[in-house]
Write a protein that binds this ligand. Structure first.
Ligand SMILES: [Cu+2]
Length: 119
């Protein structure tokens, strides 16, 4: 009777550990399945969007980061996306689900422009 209990306890422990390993392992697998090249970053530095034109696949998320001490925005010319005013080191992200060419500008400094090409 006692021996049986020990066996059940150790069996239960291995099942729990096995499930824990599976659960712990799966996010890593999922992360590897996500092509990191799908996501892109644009830095706003010295009143310039860099790179000024980026090309990304459909489904990519583009993240803009303001590296200036001056507030900037990222606003789509066609109204597809619009950020809040970004302070220093603040970011704005948008996921592009349709192919196309998306022009944008900074509404605070409209001469700052950039383009995202989604293909
Ligand atoms: Cu600006």
């Amino acid at each position: 009777m006692k021996r049986n209990t020990v066996w059940i306890a150790s069996f239960t422990a291995s099942v729990v550990i096995g499930i824990a390993l599976l659960v712990a392992g799966s996010p890593t697998v999922a992360a590897n399945d996500q092509p990191s090249a799908a996501n892109a970053e644009v830095k706003i530095d010295n009143f310039v969007f860099g790179p000024q034109t980026i090309t990304v696949p459909v489904g990519a998320t583009v993240t803009w980061t303001n590296k200036d001490d001056i507030p900037h925005t990222t606003v789509s010319t066609d109204g597809v996306f619009k950020s809040e005013v970004m302070g220093t080191d603040e970011t704005f992200s948008f996921t592009f689900t349709k192919a196309g060419t998306y022009s944008y500008y900074c509404s605070v400094h409209p001469k700052m422009t950039g383009t995202v090409v989604v293909q």
